[in-house]
Write a protein that binds this ligand. Structure first.
Ligand code: PMP
Length: 377
């Protein structure tokens, strides 16, 4: 049996008590215990979302919450501004288009983060934009976007700011209430250290007013139903009870550590990883890298797809490769969720050895030494 190491930006490793919780006998989702479980989970999620607003959950992957955000917030013929800087920004645009929403896009070079001035310019030219769809960490590139600056632009206007924090929630800072973000969506299999299958959304009062006006079609993803039932510790449809049990354990860990220290830990791991990559002599792909993951641009002579495949099949170390136009060109190493200093050392040492194995001239140990130094601080 091979010992596996998972360094993908979702799914992420799961704490052992959360794994064990999923091995318990299945419970009825309308039982008193389930009511207590759902209420507890929704309360604890507020801490992670850094909000006093209610959080609702759906049984879906993260895209379900993105789809629901568009369907619940907008009306036929509405105009939306989408920041596209990678795969997941593109997804916002695709969802909007699927609902017949008029989409204006800001196209950012992959690896870069949006300039808030570019958003401001669009909002000035198109004051009728109903919502700005942004991404906290664009997972396909590893870039972090300045959501606080974007919220500074939308907060005093009727335009809503909707943020995809699917990968970065719990890893990169997102102060929903303090910054004035209207909607945050996320999911279970990343910073929340739970298997895939649950999605979340938090909406402030401005967003709920938009929900009341929305006339786009929705049924399973109806936020009002999920919200109202959730408040009672209930659900409109059978939920993934098993995943809720795991999530409760994972949230207990985050709440015990505290959301600020949790984000600080991710920052430490990310900083150490970045300095390791630089010491190896490879460039970081993102100009403003997130705490969630580190994207590394590979030299031309390395086939990134083959490298990722070799690391997984031969060494049981799973990194993520590049997506879309970055396929084969970057490697993405996540330091997300249930991770500590030792995980960074494993990720970097395996990376160095892998590069050496394919014949790349890498100073063995340079990355590990830089990571160790970074972690000592
Ligand atoms: N947005 C971001 C930023 C993501 O990282 C992902 C998943 N990688 C998604 C959306 C989509 O989430 P899911 O695959 O759970 O639908």
């Amino acid at each position: 049996m091979k010992k596996k190491h998972l360094f993908t930006p979702g799914p992420t490793p799961i704490p052992s008590d959360a794994l064990l919780a999923m091995a318990q006998p299945i419970d009825y989702h309308r039982s008193e215990d389930a009511v207590t479980l759902i209420k507890d989970v929704l309360e604890k999620l507020k801490h992670v979302f850094q909000t006093e607003n209610d959080v609702l959950f759906l049984t879906s992957s993260g895209t379900g919450a993105m789809d629901g955000a568009v369907a619940n917030l907008l009306c036929q013929g509405d105009k939306a501004l989408v920041i596209q800087s990678g795969k997941f920004g593109e997804r916002w645009a695709e969802i909007c288009e699927a609902y017949g929403v008029e989409v204006i896009t800001i196209n950012v070079t992959w690896g870069d983060s949006v300039a808030p001035e570019a958003v401001e310019a669009q909002l000035t030219v198109n004051p009728d934009i109903k919502a700005v769809f942004a991404t906290l960490c664009e997972t396909s590139t590893g870039a972090l976007h300045n959501i606080q600056a974007l919220a500074g632009l939308t907060q005093s206007s009727p335009t809503l700011l909707v943020v995809d924090a699917v990968s970065a929630l719990g890893a990169d800072d997102l102060q929903m209430d303090n910054w004035g973000v209207d909607v945050v969506v996320s999911c279970s299999q990343k910073g929340l250290m739970t298997p895939p299958g649950l999605a979340f959304a938090a909406l402030n009062h401005r967003a709920w007013e938009a929900v009341e006006r929305s006339d786009l079609p929705k049924y399973y993803l109806d936020f009002r139903k999920a919200h109202q039932r959730g408040l009672e510790g209930s659900v409109p449809y059978t939920p993934a009870v098993t995943l809720l049990a795991a999530l409760q354990c994972a949230l207990n860990h985050i709440c015990a550590e505290g959301i600020r220290p949790t984000i600080d830990r991710h920052n430490r791991l990310a900083t150490a990883t970045r300095s390791a990559v630089k010491a190896i002599g490879l460039p970081l792909f993102a100009t403003s890298p997130a705490n969630t993951l580190t994207s590394i641009r590979l030299p031309e002579e390395i086939d990134g797809k083959a490298f990722v495949k070799m690391m997984r099949e031969k060494h049981s170390v799973t990194y993520a490769g590049g997506q879309g136009e970055l396929s084969g060109k970057i490697v993405r190493i996540a330091h997300l969720g249930w991770m500590n200093e030792n995980d960074v050392i494993v990720a970097i040492s395996a990376f160095e050895r892998g590069l050496a194995e394919i014949g790349y001239d890498v100073p063995l140990g340079a990355g590990v030494a830089a990571a160790q130094e970074g972690l000592r601080k």
